[in-house]
Design a protein around this ligand. Structure first.
Ligand code: ASP
Length: 453
C-alpha cells in the first residue's frame, strides 16, 4: 500500500485535482490520500490557509467576517464548478465556516486552529466527492476518527494511540481521502500542526498502516542540492538519507517539513518527493541508507533569521553548572536554542530571532549579568546558518578547510562553526548579508564538475 500526500498547489484548482485523480487511478496501490487546503494557483495568489487566518483575525477583531467567508467560499466554488460538482457543496462549506466563526473564542490559538483546519477539511470532502464522480470509489475520513494529539501548551504531536487507531484504515476498500494538517486531543479539541503540516499527517498515516512507500506530491520535480533561486541550475538529488534530509530541511529546504520525517523514519518507510505536474519524473527518494557516491556533500542549505547571545566570563570553564544555569534562563523565557558553541571563557547561544522581543532580550541580558556575574553579555542579530550536509563527509578529510577557504574568499567572517558528532553536517554562522554569496561559493567548491548523486 502507498500513502500519498498532495500539497497546496496540487489541489489549488479543478485542473490540479483532476491530475491528482489521474495519479491515484494510475496505481491501485495508492489507497490513502492526505490533502492540503487549496494553495496558490500562481505566484501572486493567496493560499486558502492564509485567507482563513485573515478570517479568524476579522472574527476576533470585529472585522468584516461575511466578506472574508465569501472570499474563501469563492475559491471552493471555482474548484467545484471546474470539477462538475453540485454547487450545494459550497453552501455546506459556507455554513461550516459560519459555525466555526461562531465557536468558542476564549482561546485565540485554538479558535484560529479551528478555522485554519477547515481549509484541508472542506477540501478533502470536496476531493472525495470528485473522486466518486470520476469513478474512483473514495471516502472522506475525519481525523476525529483516530488522529489523537497531545494537549496544549506543548507543540502539537500525535500520541501513540493515533497510530493504532489509524492502522485500521488499511482495511478500507475505498480510497481514503484524509485532510492534512490537524487532529484532535483526547478531549476532542482541534489542534493544527505547524504550517506545512499536511506532510506530517501523510507521514503519520504511512507509518500507521505500515505503507511500503510515502509519496509526497508537490510542484517541483525533485529536491535540489541548493536553492535554485540562488544557485544557477543546481544538481538534482535522486536519493538522500533521512538524516541528510533532516539537516537540510532544518535550514531552509522547504520542500518537505522537517517534522514529517520522524514517523516514517521510525519504520524505515521510504519517501518519494514527486511532482503532480510531471508524475513520470522519478523525483527524490528519502531512504534509510544509500550507497556512497563520488561526492561527499549531498546538499547545502542556508537560512536567515538567527540571533546570537554572547556571554563571556573569565574562568567560565572552571565554573560547575554555568552552562546549565544559562540555558535555564533561556528555557524560562520559553525559547528553544539551536547551537551553543563555546570557548574557555565564553559561550554563544544561537536561536531563531522570531522568538525574541526587546523586552525578552533585556530580561535575559539582565539575568545573565546579575545571576551568573558575566563580564560581557549581549545579543547580536541578522545571522544566517549555512549547512553543508552529506553522509560521505565522515570519511573525507579537509572538507571544513575547503569550506572555510571558500567562505573567506567572499570576504565574509565566519562567526561560528559547528560540526555535529554525527559528522553528517557542518554548520557555519555568518552575517546574513553574505548568505547568497557564500551559498554560491560553497556550491561551486563542492559541486562544480563532480559526478551526480
Ligand atoms: N495548508 C497548511 C499550510 O498552508 C498546511 C499544508 O498545506 O501542509 O501551511
Amino acid at each position: 500500500m502507498i500513502v500519498c500526500k498532495f500539497g497546496g498547489t496540487s489541489v489549488a484548482s479543478a485542473e490540479q485535482i483532476k491530475k491528482v485523480a489521474n495519479i491515484v487511478k494510475s496505481n491501485p496501490e495508492r489507497k490513502i490520500v492526505a490533502v492540503s487546503a487549496p494553495g496558490k494557483r500562481s505566484g501572486d495568489d493567496i493560499k486558502v490557509t492564509d485567507l482563513l487566518i485573515e478570517l479568524a483575525d476579522a472574527a476576533l477583531n470585529n472585522g468584516n467576517v461575511e466578506e472574508k467567508i465569501h472570499t474563501v467560499v469563492s475559491r471552493y466554488q471555482a474548484i467545484a464548478e471546474g470539477l462538475g460538482l453540485d454547487q450545494l457543496i459550497c453552501d455546506v462549506i459556507a455554513q461550516d465556516l459560519r459555525g466555526r466563526v461562531a465557536g468558542d473564542q476564549s482561546n485565540h490559538e485554538l479558535f484560529i486552529d479551528n478555522l485554519k483546519a477547515s481549509g484541508e477539511d472542506n477540501n478533502a470532502k470536496l476531493i472525495a466527492a470528485y473522486f466518486n464522480l470520476a469513478g474512483l470509489p473514495a471516502k472522506y475520513v475525519s481525523p476525529k476518527d483516530g488522529l489523537i494529539l497531545n494537549d496544549l501548551p506543548e507543540r502539537t504531536y500525535a500520541l501513540p494511540e493515533a497510530y493504532e487507531n489509524l492502522s485500521k484504515l488499511a482495511d478500507e476498500k475505498e480510497i481514503i481521502i484524509f485532510p492534512g494538517f490537524f487532529g484532535y486531543t483526547k478531549d476532542g479539541v482541534l489542534r493544527t500542526f505547524d504550517r506545512g503540516g499536511s506532510d506530517i499527517t501523510g507521514s503519520i498515516l504511512a507509518s500507521a498502516v505500515g505503507a511500503k512507500l510515502y509519496e509526497n506530491f508537490t510542484d517541483v520535480d525533485c529536491v535540489f542540492a541548493a536553492n535554485p533561486k540562488v544557485v544557477n541550475d543546481p544538481v538534482e538529488i535522486k536519493e538522500i538519507t533521512y538524516r541528510e534530509m533532516r539537516e537540510l530541511s532544518y535550514a531552509g529546504f522547504s520542500v518537505f517539513h522537517d517534522e514529517a520525517l520522524m514517523p516514517v523514519y521510525k519504520q524505515g518507510i521510504p519517501v518519494n518527493i514527486k511532482n503532480t505536474n510531471n508524475p513520470s519524473a522519478p523525483g527524490t527518494r528519502i531512504v534509510p541508507t544509500r550507497p556512497a557516491t563520488g561526492r561527499p556533500v549531498t546538499g547545502i542549505s542556508a537560512d536567515g533569521g538567527f540571533s546570537i547571545l554572547y556571554v563571556s566570563k573569565y574562568l567560565m570553564n572552571r565554573e560547575v553548572g554555568f552552562g546549565r544555569r544559562l540555558l535555564q534562563i533561556i528555557e524560562e523565557e520559553n525559547i528553544s536554542y539551536e547551537h551553543t558553541p563555546s570557548g574557555l571563557d565564553d559561550i554563544s547561544v544561537i536561536m531563531r530571532s522570531n522568538q525574541l522581543t526587546p523586552e525578552i532580550e533585556e530580561r535575559i541580558v539582565r539575568r545573565v549579568r546579575e545571576e551568573l556575574y558575566a563580564d560581557d553579555v549581549h545579543f547580536r542579530h541578522d545571522f544566517s546558518m549555512i549547512v553543508i550536509v552529506g553522509e560521505g563527509m565522515r570519511n573525507n578529510t579537509g572538507l571544513a578547510a575547503r569550506a572555510a577557504t571558500a567562505i573567506s574568499a567572499t570576504g565574509a567572517n565566519i562567526e561560528m562553526i559547528n560540526q555535529g558528532s554525527s559528522e553528517v553536517s557542518l554548520v557555519f554562522g555568518v552575517r546574513s548579508e553574505f548568505e547568497n554569496q557564500i551559498l554560491k561559493a560553497l556550491y561551486s567548491e563542492f559541486f562544480a564538475a563532480v559526478p551526480s548523486a
